[in-house]
Design a protein around this ligand. Structure first.
Ligand SMILES: CC(C)(COP(=O)(O)OP(=O)(O)OC[C@H]1O[C@@H](n2cnc3c(N)ncnc32)[C@H](O)[C@@H]1OP(=O)(O)O)[C@@H](O)C(=O)NCCC(=O)NCCS
Length: 258
């Protein structure tokens, strides 16, 4: 299966159309219809890897996702699932059972920790699974926002102009991302994070709840180093080193991970 790769908002419609959406360009409508209504192709089967808090929130997002009508949610995936377990009324499938039962499904990775998400994404890719882009219907963003495959943008977030979001990035509830920002693969923005303009967030960085990243400039973007953890409530005012924890207002280096 081919990877979806980067896409802008206009292209999201076309790509999701290939997942069984209707032909009318109505994938962004909030109308709750079944995937087969009107004779369109059957919905693409989809599972969420993980069954914890964020995975359950992603399942909720599906009920109001911009491309909501194109997915048939088959359940959550856990590495060693009890065969009879359910979460929020949906089955929890073992990886083995899922991959044998739904070889043509797509997978959303519902795990907030960047490093864990990367491992699961690699496993899914190696087994031939693709990843949907999920955007809650309330999200506001311009046509100049590019999103990588597997990225998830949750309820209430706003992404303005000329923003590049990599693969498997999570933008949790109520975040804002300003102009000319770049967010690399597997980064996580926790709820209520504000990323100002001309900021570059490195691969697998984790930005805690309510943190603010102040703006850089076009010539000198503010860089959050790859693998950084920014503590909840921090205000980052200058570049951070890779693989370090920063906390406080203004944020200061607290520890190095490697
Ligand atoms: C940073 C965090 C991950 C803790 O990491 P940790 O490696 O266990 O860090 P520690 O608890 O050892 O703290 C290290 C230092 O950072 C400080 N610190 C940790 N979190 C802080 C915060 N949110 N604000 C200010 N200082 C903080 C500690 O006081 C300590 O400071 P000191 O060394 O001067 O005493 C955690 O506090 C945090 O902010 N998590 C974000 C959770 C979140 O947003 N989840 C989203 C769920 S959807």
């Amino acid at each position: 299966m081919a990877s979806l790769g980067m896409t802008d908002r206009a292209s999201v419609n076309r790509i999701l159309g290939s997942y069984g959406g209707d032909e009318t360009g109505d994938q962004f409508s909030s109308r709750a219809v079944s995937a087969t209504e009107g004779g369109v192709a059957p919905a693409k089967k989809m599972a969420i890897y993980g069954a914890g808090g964020f995975a359950r929130e992603v399942a909720w997002l599906l009920s109001a996702a911009k491309p909501h009508l194109v997915f048939d949610f088959v359940g959550f995936i856990e590495d060693a699932a009890d065969p009879n377990r359910e979460v929020d009324g949906k089955p929890v499938l073992s990886w083995e059972r899922f991959s044998l039962s739904y070889p043509d499904a797509v997978v959303a990775i519902g795990v907030g920790k960047p490093q864990a998400r990367e491992k699961l994404a690699l496993r899914c890719s190696a087994a031939g699974f693709d990843f949907p882009i999920l955007i809650h219907d309330s999200v506001a963003m311009s046509d100049s926002v590019q999103l990588g495959s597997g990225s998830i943008v949750c309820c209430g977030s706003i992404l303005t102009v000329n923003i590049t979001v990599g693969n498997h990035v999570h933008v949790n509830l109520d975040c804002t991302v300003g102009h000319d920002a770049r967010i690399d693969d597997f980064a996580t923005l926790s709820p209520g994070v504000h990323v100002s303009g001309n900021v570059h967030i490195g691969q697998s960085a984790f930005i805690g709840t309510g943190a603010t990243i102040v703006n850089g400039t076009a010539a000198d973007p503010l860089v959050i180093g790859a693998g950084c953890v920014i503590a909840a409530g921090a205000c980052v005012t200058k570049n951070t080193e890779e693989n370090c924890l920063y906390a406080g207002v203004p944020a200061v280096l607290k520890k190095r991970f490697v």
